[in-house]
Design a protein around this ligand. Sequence first.
Ligand SMILES: *[C@@H]1O[C@H](CO)[C@@H](O)[C@H](O)[C@H]1NC(C)=O
Ligand SMILES: *[C@@H]1O[C@H](CO)[C@@H](O)[C@H](O)[C@H]1NC(C)=O
Ligand SMILES: *[C@@H]1O[C@H](CO)[C@@H](O)[C@H](O)[C@H]1NC(C)=O
Ligand SMILES: *[C@@H]1O[C@H](CO)[C@@H](O)[C@H](O)[C@H]1NC(C)=O
Length: 388
Amino acid sequence: MDPRGIKTICMIPVVECILLIAAGICVADEPVLTTRLCKEFALPNGYPCQEFNVTTSDGYILMIQRIQHGREGPQNGSSRPPVVLGAGVFQQAALWLLNPPEQSLGFILADVGFDVWFLNFRGTAESSKHVSLTIEDKEFWIWSFDELASFDVPAVLQFVYQTTGSQAYYVGHSQGTTIGLAALADPNVRQMVKAAVLLSPIAYLSHTTSQLALAFSEMYLDKEINCSVALDSFTGKKLARSCTLKDILKQVHAQCPNSEINSSRIGFYSTFMPQPTSANNVAHLSQLIRKEGFGKYDMGKEGNMKKYGQDTPPEYDISSIPKKFPILITYGGSDHLSDLVDVQNLIYNLRCSVKTFYIPNYGHADYVLGTSAATKAYPQIIGFLRSI
Ligand SMILES: *[C@@H]1O[C@H](CO)[C@@H](O)[C@H](O)[C@H]1NC(C)=O
Ligand SMILES: *[C@@H]1O[C@H](CO)[C@@H](O)[C@H](O)[C@H]1NC(C)=O
Ligand SMILES: *[C@@H]1O[C@H](CO)[C@@H](O)[C@H](O)[C@H]1NC(C)=O
Ligand SMILES: *[C@@H]1O[C@H](CO)[C@@H](O)[C@H](O)[C@H]1NC(C)=O
């Protein structure tokens, strides 16, 4: 066939469609959804779902998802304030939807009127792309939560701000709070955030009694964490690149001995976790355990000099978060990772408007996975967000 003939045949429907779109008749194809969060949770439960690739200024391509409204539809008239959800280390954003809709914070926020955004941090299954690197390159893994706070969070907040025209609420769990606090110490990031909710927060870790956390500080020798090892092509030294947990079931049980997690669902949860993180991030977390304070990644004297212009890494100045900025901290009395002394230390060091909420028998994961969180904790969280 004459190639020009093919071209003509192919062009006609496109032109027609453009004309029909202009006339409001032809609807452009819905984009194909690819992530488990949208395909296995949002859509089957009757929620809308969107996916976006957001590229950070250091080249990581993050997949973020959005549930724009609840099962009842967009309920016009009222504005739907955006909420960005940031999960912890070894987790991905599906964490916020792993329980049934009436128990999961991600669904509940959409049902009560929020526009819910899900952040998958770099290195996790859905955010494993980069403009020039692949996960096989050791350069892909050179970051700690410092970069999650200084690149991933600002890129996503900027995207949400551009898309919705509003400041967002930030809700983080565990390392999602560490990243949130580190990001909020930057006034440019704070401009895009209305308020923050920190579930089982981690900034100070020196009082933790969690086996997992203590295992962190012994990394490389440790039995709980599995790091993939690459040989440095220059020195021939072994370098850990990315790390993950070996036995998530055991960890979930060990972290939360009194928890309200439905133990018959742990096998299902473990199909979404653990997600990889960088070896440097594990090392950075272990530095928080070994030292007092909430500092940036310690790269050793020489590395610190090069990166920070001083011998020791600077501390995050969370006391600079201004008085009028609202933060809700929720914590539990059975949380071995976010120890009470460390949480009190965080509250003491914040100078902003801090509200707190405490449940004595809650363990580290109960504020996201506990079956009673929807009745015991989420009304307080929603009340706080609505009060801003
Ligand atoms: C995101 O990027 C991947 C390739 O990196 C592509 O397959 C996917 O369609 C993109 N998704 C969206 C919503 O743009
Ligand atoms: C929603 O919007 C439509 C059209 O603008 C209007 O007719 C209807 O009354 C609105 N419903 C509510 C509940 O505001
Ligand atoms: C450790 O990780 C490697 C690849 O990253 C995997 O092949 C291996 O099965 C893991 N080992 C354990 C005990 O999980
Ligand atoms: C616990 O999970 C099982 C299996 O998904 C479910 O049948 C049961 O209703 C759940 N229990 C609670 C209290 O949510």
